[in-house]
Write a protein of this length. Structure first.
Length: 315
């Protein structure tokens, strides 16, 4: 069973996704622009958001800008950028326009620019194709199709950042997930107790103790700050008829209202939850907040736990 430090290594890495040889690559050329293999690594079945990647080649002599995207697969689709500053703080921000310089290639890839699909309208399954429209300032509207690729492979993880002490590298991935499910503690009905117990049961070890605080609960959703061995982040949790589960781990991006609305919260509920989180974290001080912010990108996990370990995939 993976530990929380393992999750950190699995998100938005710097290997350009389009450089990996896909099962079926595809591209489209419109005017001076060439769009190479727009794709979405298959997210977990319970995921409410997903990342889209591609390469955009400008073969012309004039620059262009990607200023929007339209798609029916999500309630909201935007260009985002994930980056880590000199202090090691990871952030994800919305980008109004992405420059495509003349004669150059811009890669939308893990760890950089990407399309963020928030509020998925259905399950995305490997091999499927979904229509979308890229909107460019100069070229105009370009109709494309996103291919659902296999989830990002474990081979692309940065193993230098991982806690291998409890990882199951055997071929029997399902057995690992079975252990993960069995480790879930019994729910007491007290969300603060249950959430802390859940996170510690899954990720705490004597060598790397996990601290869970603060926990902010609003109805059937919650945000919990965590720290472990000098690293930290925030977990977004959801409660269903089986109890609480971790839907995703993120850093500063989890404090973006559009992230929460993309996860299905109403605007008012998102604002209320964020206000509670901000107040709770302020009581811990700036060092704790900086640690929570340091988690780079987003890692979608879900009830089935597939977000942090697939047989051939992690997103």
């Amino acid at each position: 069973m993976n530990r929380l430090l393992t999750l950190v290594a699995a998100i938005f890495l710097t290997v350009p996704a389009f450089l990996a040889v896909p099962a079926v690559a595809h591209e489209i050329t419109v005017g001076d622009l060439q769009i190479i293999h727009p794709h979405i690594p298959q997210p977990a079945a319970s995921a409410k958001a997903a990342g889209g990647f591609m390469a955009i080649v400008n073969n012309g002599t004039e620059p262009d800008r990607l200023i929007g995207i339209e798609s029916d697969i999500a309630a909201k689709s935007e260009v985002h950028e994930s980056k880590v500053d000199a202090a090691g703080i990871g952030t994800m921000t919305h980008v109004d326009a992405l420059e495509i310089p003349a004669g150059q290639t811009v890669s939308l890839e893990h760890g950089g620019y990407h399309i963020m699909f928030m509020g998925l309208t259905g399950t995305l399954t490997e091999g499927e194709m979904y229509k979308a429209t890229l909107i460019f300032e100069r070229t105009g509207r370009v109709e494309i199709e996103f291919m659902i690729d296999p989830p990002t492979g474990e081979g692309e993880m940065d193993h230098s950042k991982m806690d291998h002490s409890k990882m199951d590298h055997s071929a029997d991935g399902d057995a690992a997930h079975g252990d993960h499910a069995a480790a879930a503690p019994a729910m007491t009905g007290d969300p603060l107790v249950d959430i802390e117990a859940l996170l510690k049961a899954q990720f705490d070890t004597p060598e790397n103790p996990l601290t869970v605080a603060p926990i902010t609960v609003q109805g059937d959703v919650a945000i919990a700050g965590w720290s472990q061995n000098g690293m930290g982040g925030r977990a977004f949790l959801r409660q269903d008829d089986k109890g609480w589960f971790v839907e995703l781990c993120a850093g500063k991006g989890l404090l973006m209202p559009e992230m929460l609305t993309g996860l299905g919260l109403a605007d008012a509920d998102a604002a209320s939850l964020l206000a509670g989180v901000t107040t709770a974290e302020a009581a811990l001080g700036p060092d704790a907040i900086a640690l929570f912010d340091s988690f780079d990108g987003e890692l979608f996990i879900g009830r089935d736990g597939q977000g942090h370990e697939h047989g051939a995939a992690t997103n």
